[in-house]
Design a binder for this molecule. Structure first.
Ligand code: KIV
Length: 294
């Protein structure tokens, strides 16, 4: 029987699929963990071929592929549709689905029911949720229901308004302590890993020796166990504001515009289609057709 018998089924893994224990082993060995977001089938295939360890279908999809102004409006159904597409293209990396805003905060029951949908309908290996506070109880409840959970502290975009906007967190001793306490509470709740987003490098350095689970950073400095970036930021596909921590490894949007513009020019100048793009018809069949049309 397949290890991942889900509605959205993964194709068979090429190598050994990444597991929670292989991630823990990487941390123990000091081997950096590479995580990236993906939102569709080709994106999943790219992540697979690039050999990353973890793929997150982040609720950043709200902005990068669905065109919402923030991550807040995206629905569970929208996330499930994207996540299932990623599942179909992903063999080896661990697949984590992001629980969207409003889909887990109200009660443990709501959190478990939503997390179960990500596992049953979209084939996720685990789910991610944001913040400490009441999210710690939700994380414990989901873990108790047998679903692996990744935490997320520091800048938590779902509640950016309450944090004073999209800005780095933990720059005062008090707020840094809160971030640290949230991280430790999420670890105690059973999270298998945690994301640190947009916090001072020095704070990460203080927290790392205190945490046993893998820590994945995004704008949290180099001392975390791994890094995550949004695929559409690192490849230059998304044209919205890029945070300070984004490093561009490509300018795909510009290449895509170029390609589509060249196609449109070819159509207008009648350079496309050429004879090589057409289908032929046997001359006798053409003759017969003409007879029929007359
Ligand atoms: O939604 C997302 O893409 C994320 C990552 C940036 C960690 O939460």
């Amino acid at each position: 029987m397949s290890a991942r018998p889900n509605v959205a089924t993964a194709p068979p893994a090429k190598g050994k699929p990444v597991t929670l224990s292989s991630l823990a082993a990487k941390k123990a060995l000091g081997e950096p963990i590479a995580m990236v977001t993906a939102y569709d089938y080709p994106g999943a295939q790219v992540a697979e071929e690039a050999g990353v360890d973890v793929v997150l279908v982040g609720d950043s999809a709200a902005m990068t592929v669905l065109g919402y102004p923030s991550t807040v409006p995206v629905s569970v159904d929208e996330m499930l549709m994207l996540t299932a597409a990623v599942r179909r293209g992903l063999r080896t990396p661990l697949l984590v689905g992001d629980l969207p805003f409003g889909s887990y905060e109200a009660s443990d029951e709501q959190a478990i029911a939503t997390a179960q949908r990500f596992v049953k309908e979209a084939g996720c290996d685990g789910v991610k949720l944001e913040r400490g506070g009441t999210s710690v109880d939700r994380a414990a409840a989901i873990v108790g229901a047998g679903i692996p959970v990744m935490g997320h502290v520091g800048l938590t975009p779902q509640t950016a308004t309450a944090l004073g906007g999209y800005r780095s967190q933990g720059r005062t001793a008090e707020r840094a302590l809160e971030v640290g306490r949230d991280a430790l509470a999420l670890e105690a709740a059973g999270c298998f890993a945690i994301v640190f987003e947009a916090i001072p490098t020095a704070l990460t350095d203080e927290l790392m020796p205190r945490l046993e689970i893998p820590v994945i950073g995004i704008g949290a400095g180099p001392s975390t166990d791994g890094q995550v970036l949004v695929m559409h930021d690192l490849l230059g596909i998304y044209d919205g504001h890029a945070a300070r921590f984004v490093k561009r490894y490509g300018e795909l949007r510009a290449r895509m515009v170029e390609g589509v513009r060249a196609y449109a020019d070819d159509v207008r100048e009648r350079r496309y289609p050429g004879p090589e793009h057409g289908y032929t018809m046997a001359p006798d069949e053409l003759e017969r057709l003409r007879g029929m049309l007359d």
